[in-house]
Design a protein around this ligand. Structure first.
Ligand code: FAD
Length: 649
């Protein structure tokens, strides 16, 4: 009693299994309430739990991660209390039954927003009208999940989507469901297994028009939900995709013929993955689309951030060419807010999509930071890309632990730095980057100093940079994201000599003047389902909305915005998107046959000695035979699930 929920979950319980994210806890047994991760600071006592809508009850605590669906969970507990109901009073006997039926509807794709309102009203009535404690508390799991996880309910009823991948009627397979862009992964895997790479790529283009990019840099969340993991190891989905994009060059995509009166003009700001994707799908719907891009070339951070050893430029070009080939027009060297005002753009076009990314970097805020020798990670990588940074001599210190830090470190090494040291305030386990990237960097010779934070940039009498002073840290209490907070160790300092310090500790959006309203974190405020901003006709997505995120999240936003823009521009047309058509998959599968026992195949890599001094691509591709074998490891969780079109449900 008295300790916080966080202490109980992490310090006593040891945290969440398999490195997953804590999502919620449910306290007090089947009629207890569910509390979200943001409330883990609550002390465990009667009053605090009751105030938050939960109860102490039996004292039990169920801990849930991102694989739990809160709607399904509410259904589970209501089923239990309904079975336990003695039936003496009507509100409990019939109320719990009705609640269960409504929850069934929502989980099975028949729910509407009215269903949520009904649940709330019914829950209150059952609570107020029941005679004993069972009925009075039975609605708790329903009411608290609606209160704290309303968005999850809305995803079920508005989009017929179960974000956690639990409600079977609402997804094809857990891998696809976990993909932010909902790519039909079992479809392209099974087509590859049959040697039908072109059809596989066409299916991919229906959900994601940047396959070459994602085959190289996607953090592949799909693999984390691959059910094959319960047998041995997940299917190497990204490696198979890489084979697919290397095997096929051109692919036909349809563009809807649209009459002059029905065609609209849409402007897209930024040719990063979000803007390119929005433009591609709007063009496929037959609209006239123009992208305005501030830089001389397209790709956004894919080009000006991610170095060529991870994403060769000809591969990026291949994806961009497929988008311009359908008729998307790109106007380069034109910054909206400078060369062309936001208001003029809005007047000239029927709708605008803002995908301007997150190009401002966070500063360290330490003495000596301003002055020569200290650079921003994204600025450094941009200079490398445009050929203005061909050599880098001396000792380089990189501050940070994410993608930008890792890319800046490995690029500095390739430019000839004598030593490169990454300094990070937490440990390797907490780094927000693919673990493989750290291994690759270590193999190439990058050094790491963990549990240190910069406190001062050291300069000589002539103000020339000579090093960095760091404070030693230790891991303290867990934060709301489940990572332990770094706390300074008193009097624990270390100094590292350096000729260059590159900071890569965070990015935020720079938005065009006259743009839509932003949050206090500088991110565009949008409706999360339609991505509509508070300015009529202006939609936004990608890093401009999320802050620094990933390519696949930007792509997902691009497609979602294209669909919302179509609904906004042509409300009279029943929105039917060709890429959401009912699934037709004619690949062979015998559900009675034992699954393939082939071991997982990893994509081969160039040896460290051959790659550390040049920008040649590090990750290589599987052979055709290996790719087919790997694709054949898919357990086909989608089998028999011929989902109807999302537009129809
Ligand atoms: P951006 O890609 O930033 O594109 C925005 C575009 O808008 C830019 O081209 C910009 O020039 C243009 N623009 C901005 N303002 C204006 C204006 N006023 N007028 C006209 N044009 C404008 N993600 C992964 O998935 N995997 C990785 O391995 C990975 N590594 C990364 C490494 C680095 C170094 C960086 C910086 C990012 C990395 N990311 C990675 C993140 C990923 O690149 C971004 O999340 C993604 O590019 C965001 O897409 P976006 O379209 O929202 O924005």
């Amino acid at each position: 009693m008295g300790m916080t929920l966080r202490q109980l979950v992490y310090e006593v319980g040891g945290g969440v299994k398999n490195g997953r994210q804590l999502k919620a806890v449910q306290s007090g047994g089947p009629s207890g309430g569910c509390l979200p991760v943001e409330m883990m600071h609550l002390p465990i006592d009667y009053e605090s739990l009751a105030e938050a809508g939960a109860i102490m009850g039996s004292g039990g605590l169920v801990v849930m991660d991102e694989t739990t669906c809160m709607v399904d969970l509410a259904r589970y507990f209501v089923t239990f209390t309904q079975n336990e109901s003695c039936g003496k009073c009507v509100p409990c006997r019939l109320g719990t039954q009705q609640m269960r039926m409504i929850l069934d509807d929502i989980c099975e794709g028949r729910g509407t927003e009215e269903s949520i309102t009904q649940l709330e009203r019914l829950g209150e009535s059952v609570r107020m009208g029941s005679l004993c404690g069972l009925g009075q508390t039975a609605p708790n799991p329903v009411l608290t999940t609606i209160k704290y996880f309303r968005d999850e309910y809305l995803a079920h009823v508005r989009e017929k989507r179960c974000p956690a991948g639990v409600c079977e009627n609402l997804f094809v397979a857990t891998c696809s469901n976990r993909c932010p862009s909902d790519v039909d992964i079992p479809a392209y895997l099974s087509l590859i297994a049959e040697g039908r790479a072109e059809e596989a790529l066409r299916s991919h283009m229906d959900r994601n028009p940047l396959p070459s990019v994602c085959a190289r840099v996607c953090p592949h969340p799909c693999e984390m939900r691959c059910r094959r993991e319960t047998m041995d190891r997940p299917v190497a989905i990204r490696a198979v995709k890489r084979f697919m994009v290397d095997a096929v060059d051109q692919v036909e995509v349809s563009v809807e013929p649209r009459s002059e009166e029905e065609r609209r003009r849409v402007a897209v700001i930024g040719a990063g993955p979000a803007g390119l994707t929005a433009a591609f799908y709007l063009r496929r719907l037959g609209h006239e689309v123009t992208i305005y891009e501030a830089m001389p070339e397209a790709g956004g951070m894919l080009r000006y951030g991610i170095p060529a050893y991870r994403l060769p430029r000809e591969e990026l070009e291949r994806d961009i060419a497929r988008i311009t080939d359908v008729g998307v027009n790109i106007v380069y060297d034109t910054a909206i807010g400078k060369q062309l005002s936001m208001s003029r753009l809005r007047k000239q076009y029927d709708a605008v999509f803002l995908g301007s990314g997150a190009w401002a970097d966070a500063t360290m805020g330490v003495p000596g930071e301003k002055g020569s020798g200290v650079a921003s990670g994204i600025e450094f990588l941009k200079l490398v890309e445009i050929g203005q940074m061909e050599r880098l001599a001396g000792d380089v210190v990189i501050v940070g632990g994410g993608n930008t830090a890792m890319d800046a470190a490995r690029a500095a090494l390739r430019l000839g730095a004598s030593s490169v040291t990454v300094v990070y305030r937490r440990t390797r386990e907490e780094m927000p980057v693919e673990p493989d990237e750290v291994t690759d960097a270590l193999e190439e010779g990058v050094k790491f100093e963990f549990l240190v934070a910069p406190v001062k940039i050291l300069r000589d009498r002539r103000k020339a940079l000579k090093g960095i002073r760091l404070q030693r840290m230790r891991l303290g209490e867990f934060d709301s994201g489940g990572r332990r907070r770094p706390v300074p160790i008193e009097d624990g300092f270390v100094e590292i000599s350096a000729t260059h310090v590159i900071r890569a500790i965070g990015q935020r959006p720079i938005l065009p003047r006259g743009g839509p309203p932003v949050s206090n974190r500088g991110r565009v405020i949008v409706d999360q389902f339609t991505l509509a901003t508070e300015t009529d006709g202006v939609f936004s997505g990608g890093d401009a909305v999320l802050g620094p995120a990933t390519a696949i999240e930007a792509i997902a936003h691009g497609r979602r915005a294209a669909e919302a823009i179509e609904r906004y521009l042509c409300p009279e047309r029943a929105a039917q998107f060709p890429w959401n058509a009912p699934r037709v998959l004619d690949t062979a599968f015998d559900p009675g046959a034992p699954p393939s026992n082939a071991p997982r195949r990893e994509a081969p890599k160039l040896e460290p000695a051959k790659r550390r001094s040049n920008f040649a691509e590090v990750e290589l591709t599987l052979s055709p035979a290996e790719a087919r074998l790997e694709a054949g490891r898919c357990l086909r969780c989608d089998f028999g699930k011929l989902l109807v079109s999302r537009d129809e449900v």
